[in-house]
Structures are given as C-alpha cells and as structure tokens.
Design a protein around this ligand. Structure first.
Ligand code: IPM
Ligand code: MG
Length: 368
C-alpha cells in the first residue's frame, strides 16, 4: 500500500518556521506510529510570486488537487502590499479554496485550561470553552459577481455581490449538522435575514435541511450582529455555529481571540469526497504570516501542529492519534511552556518556536 500524500505549502512570514515544527511531528508519526506520509513541498503566496510571478502556479494547483491533504502555513506580507489585486499572496489561498471547492471551513475555538487567563474576557466566561464555527468558504461576497471598481460619472464605485444558491447553503448546513451530532448536538445558524435576501434564503434552507434530515439536532437562528454580541457575552451557550463566508471570517477571529491567542487555533477546509473516499482537504492555522516577528524564533507553532491533528482526524481517520497530539500540546502548556505570544506578567522567559516543537515531541514520546 502506498503512503497517503501530504502537500506542504509553508508560504510566507512565519509559515516556514512553524511548518518546520510540523515536519518534526509528521516524521514522529512515521517513525513511532507506523503512519508514514509521502510529503512534498511547494510554494504559495508571496514566495510563489517572487519565484514565478504568480501567487499560485497551475502546477502547484494541480498537485494540490491530487494530494490526499494540503497543509498550509500562511500567506502575505508588507512587501506585497502594492501588487495588483490579482497577484496578491491572498489570491493564491483563495484560488486553492475555490478550485478545490473547499466549502466547509471548520474553525474550532477551544480554550486550553492553562491559558484561560490570557483571554481578554473573565476566566469563568471562557474556561472550558469548546465551540466550532463552520464557515462557508467558496461563495458569498468573496466570489460573487459582479465585482470590481468602475466609474460612474465623476466618481469611482466599488462593487461586490453577496450571492448564495440553495445547494451551496444546503451542503455547508449538512456539514454543520453532521459535526454537531458528534459534539453537543446543537447548531446555531447566523445571517442577516433582517436586511439581506441571501440571509432570508440562508435561514429558509437551513430550516428545511434540519426538518428533513436532522430534526434530532437542536437548531437556533441568530442575526450575525447579535451573534457577535452573544459570543462575547456568554460564548459557552454555543456548540456549532454555521454562517456564511464573510460573517464567518469576522466571527471566527472574534471567537479565536476569546481563547487567548490566535496563535493556538487550527482550521480545516473540507470539500466533497475524492475517489478514495477522503474529502478534498486543506489544513491551516487561523493566524496569518505575522511579518513583525518573522525569523526571530518567536512564532507559536501550536496552531499549525493542531492543524495537522485535524488532518489526522478528518482526512486520515486517525482520531485517536489526533487526540494523542492534542493531549501532547495540552501537556506542554500545563507544564508552563509558553512562546512569546503567550507570555503574561509572571516574567518567565518564553521558549522559542523550535523549543516548543521539541517539547511537544517529547510529550509524544512519553505517550507511547
Ligand atoms: C482567513 C483570512 C483570509 C480570508 C484572507 C487571508 C484572504 O482572513 O482565512 O480568515 O479573508 O478568508
Ligand atoms: Mg480571516
């Protein structure tokens, strides 16, 4: 049997540094758990633009379509701010999402006990928090046509279009209900049905899918603005939140920060099953390329390592091994190890990116 294939696109900024630590974890699974992967690497984002004049080449796109899973670091940086819109690093990521049709973006917001004090909210509000945002990722205002900037008389007009088809709403709703069944069996759907027709349709379709296929799951609806308020007031009222592309972008950053650090959170972007039964999949940390700390050994590799744990669970059916890795992360945090992003007042010196990776490997070693 051939090994499953992993395409690594480390990208820009701190992407390559955190991915170096993920490579240690991947190698550990090959050596110690008989779970070897065929790993290949390629470019996306600004580094791809530097090498090839485009943020994602057709060759890399084709490799991503073939891979059993794609692992992405981060894209973007100030050096690329003045590039034409179509050449910006982010376009590489958006092309991957669109062409692989990765419609369901899973963004867990989990508060590690050891880090409850890092949240800007009170520890009792966030302690034990474990919610999952399911963001629609391939449609809505990110991709809707018409779009652009044109002239009307003497002034410029910027246009984007929020557009959703029934089937686009239905498939992401199903992903959310399926996940809820494996969790606390609750879904809250968020839109702006009070002002947007696409929101009215969203609410209707989610309600229909629920009644027809998932009436065992508890469903509620909220306007997305009220949802943002409720997320900061009492986030533990939620289990799974399903929402569109743009609201999901905002609400997932908000939820991430509830947990204390953006540097901790992974994500999975999943599409339809491939011929081998695995979903098309891309895994990436929620944090960005962090150009301000690039190359200084300050980056927190945990979000990217936990993204690989999600790959073990959702692409490779290795839920127990995913849990092993998540527990290794919890154990280093419980020991008090902190990268620079997590250093509070106690004055304990931060560990470097690679020290954090090595400590997680040591916990994995201790687990077998
Ligand atoms: C995210 C990011 C992206 C988005 C950017 C980098 C295009 O903010 O993954 O949340 O807006 O989707
Ligand atoms: Mg975002």
């Amino acid at each position: 049997m051939t090994n499953p294939s992993l395409l690594i696109l480390a990208g820009d900024g701190i992407g390559p540094e955190v991915m170096t630590e993920v490579r240690k974890v991947i190698d550990w699974y090959g050596a110690k758990r008989d779970l070897a992967f065929d790993v290949s690497e390629d470019l996306v984002g600004g580094c791809a633009y530097d090498a090839h004049g485009t943020p994602l080449t057709d060759e890399t796109m084709a490799k991503a379509q073939e891979a059993d899973a794609v692992l992405l670091g981060a894209v973007g940086g100030p050096a690329y701010d003045n590039l034409d819109f179509s050449l910006k690093p982010e376009r590489g990521l958006l092309r991957l999402r669109k062409e692989m049709d990765l419609y369901a973006n899973l963004r867990p917001a989990q508060c590690f006990d050891a880090l409850a004090d890092f949240s800007s909210l009170k520890a009792d509000v966030v302690g034990g928090l474990d919610i999952m945002i399911v963001r629609e990722l391939t449609s809505g205002v990110y991709f809707g046509e018409p779009r652009g900037i044109h002239k009307e008389g003497n002034e410029r007009v910027g246009v984007n279009t929020q557009r959703y088809t029934e089937s686009e709403i239905a498939r992401v709703a199903r992903s959310a209900f399926e996940l809820a069944r494996k969790r606390d069996n609750k879904v809250c759907s968020m839109e702006k049905a009070n002002v947007m027709e696409s929101g009215v349709l969203w609410r209707d379709v989610v309600t229909e899918i629920h009644a027809a296929e998932y009436s065992d799951v508890e469903l509620s609806h909220m306007y997305a603005d009220a949802g943002a308020m409720q997320l900061t007031r009492w986030p533990k009222q939620f289990d799974v939140i399903v929402t569109d592309n743009l609201f999901g972008d905002l609400l997932s950053d908000l939820a991430a920060m509830l947990t204390g650090s953006l540097g901790m959170l992974p994500s999975a972007s999943l599409g339809a099953p491939m011929a081998n039964g695995r979903p098309k999949a891309l895994y990436e940390p929620v944090h960005g390329s962090a150009p301000d700390i690039t190359g200084q050994g300050k980056a927190n590799p945990i979000a990217c390592i936990l993204s690989f744990a999600m790959a073990l669970r959702y692409s490779f059916d290795q839920g127990e091994e995913a849990t092993r890795l998540e527990q290794a992360v919890e154990a280093v945090l419980a020991d008090g190890l902190r990268t620079a992003d997590l250093i509070g007042e106690e004055g304990r010196a931060p560990v470097s990116t690679s020290e954090m990776g090595d400590a997680i490997i040591a916990k994995l070693d201790a687990s077998v």
